[in-house]
Write a protein that binds this ligand. Structure first.
Ligand SMILES: NC(=O)c1ccc[n+]([C@@H]2O[C@H](COP(=O)([O-])OP(=O)(O)OC[C@H]3O[C@@H](n4cnc5c(N)ncnc54)[C@H](OP(=O)(O)O)[C@@H]3O)[C@@H](O)[C@H]2O)c1
Length: 344
């Protein structure tokens, strides 16, 4: 993979982020059927859809990739259509509308709601449990990769190496509880219909325009204090997370195959702030003291099945510093990785 030193602009970023891996191109050669991506209009979906189309083209096979969202951001729809996806505008809360969607063999389920939960938790529960029910009842004969989150686990000791798939779930706060609800509703329908699932418990995708490194870097750049109480996190390049989600179509099982997806490192927030400070020519103002536990996942199982990420942590740090220094766009959707009480 040819990685640039920096991104010229957002189109360059999205072009690099949507490069398919050789393993994904190979996978597309043997995968049967079309793909449908539900909730494609958000932070990850646009580059996931583009990567899928590129992998299919490079594989020299014919399949459709259909992107479904409400498309509250019309530019997302335009970008997807420009790179060769079909789009369908649909509110997935509307059961009748879901029942009209084409029943593709391969489903990536990306819709969800996190922020605003503290103000309207009923909508979060509806989004994270009713929508999965609508979808799982319609796509009973498909294989489904269900995006979920490492937030279903409790905070784990930093020295433990993070929660594994065998760690008992103990979600903190209503967003995390409803995300577990999403998994359980999918699993319930999958058990009734024999639908193969991969439950994709992701921790913190890194784009340039949002994400843990961007948030830390912005604080350092603006000479604001960096609180290190949530002292550790896991991150993965968004392009790699999307590659792994598409590869997970080959690992959908009954009962569901649970996969923790993130980078291999346990990132120290203090270390990241200091290194971003070095790259930005600023001194990081560290406040607080690292807690002994943090929201951490162990991705050893997924890494064995899906491969190591292609973009390294240091590369992500260098890109992030350059993006911030050159005034790259902030999409205004912080991860709030520092939250320890589950209130989003
Ligand atoms: N990004 C991360 O670091 C991260 C970490 C852990 C887990 N995840 C999970 O991974 C998934 C994808 O992440 P993301 O960051 O791309 O999420 P996102 O930005 O929240 O995107 C999800 C998209 O789903 C669409 N959607 C929401 N409600 C819908 C509805 N009723 N009908 C149709 N579409 C609807 C929305 O687009 P429209 O407005 O166009 O409908 C929304 O932008 C999410 O489920 C998220 O919880 C992400």
């Amino acid at each position: 993979m040819n990685l640039p030193d920096r991104f010229r602009d957002e189109e360059h970023l999205e072009e690099v982020m949507s490069q398919p891996s050789p393993a994904l191109v190979e996978r597309m050669k043997s995968l049967d059927g079309d793909l449908i991506v539900l909730g494609i209009g958000g932070k990850m979906g646009v580059t996931l859809g583009r990567q899928a189309v590129r992998a299919i083209r490079e594989a020299g096979v014919k399949k459709k990739v259909i992107g479904v969202s409400r498309f509250s951001d019309e530019s997302a729809r335009k970008k997807l259509e420009a790179v060769g996806l079909e789009t369908i505008s649909c509110d997935l809360l509307d059961r009748a509308a879901v029942s009209d969607l084409p029943r593709c063999a391969n489903v990536l389920y990306m819709a969800g709601r996190k922020f605003g939960t503290s103000g309207d938790s009923a909508l979060t529960w509806a989004m994270n449990t009713l929508v999965p029910s609508n979808v799982a009842e319609h796509f009973t004969k498909s294989r489904i990769v269900v995006f979920s989150t490492g937030n279903v686990y409790p905070l784990t000791p930093v020295v433990s190496g993070g929660a594994t798939e065998a760690t008992p779930v103990a979600p903190v706060g209503e967003y995390a509880q409803s995300a577990l609800g999403r998994e359980k509703i999918f699993s319930y329908h999958a058990a009734r219909h024999g639908t193969p699932l991969a439950i994709f418990r992701l921790n913190y995708a890194i784009d340039m325009r949002y994400g843990v490194l961007y948030e830390i870097g912005k604080q350092v750049w603006n000479e604001q204090p960096v609180d290190v109480t949530m002292g550790h996190a896991n991150v993965i390049w968004q392009g790699d997370a999307n590659t792994q989600a598409l590869l997970a179509l080959g690992h959908c099982e009954t009962p569901p195959n649970i996969l923790n997806v993130t980078g291999p490192e346990t990132l120290s927030v203090r270390w990241a702030a200091q290194n971003l400070g070095r790259l930005l020519g600023k001194e990081a103002k560290i406040v607080g003291r690292e807690a002994e536990n943090a929201l951490l996942s162990n991705s050893a199982k997924a890494t064995k099945l899906l491969g190591y990420p292609r973009v390294s942590l240091l590369t992500m740090l260098e890109w992030t510093a350059d993006w911030i220094r050159s005034g790259g766009r902030d999409i205004g959707k912080p991860s709030h990785f520092e939250v320890r009480d589950g209130k989003f």
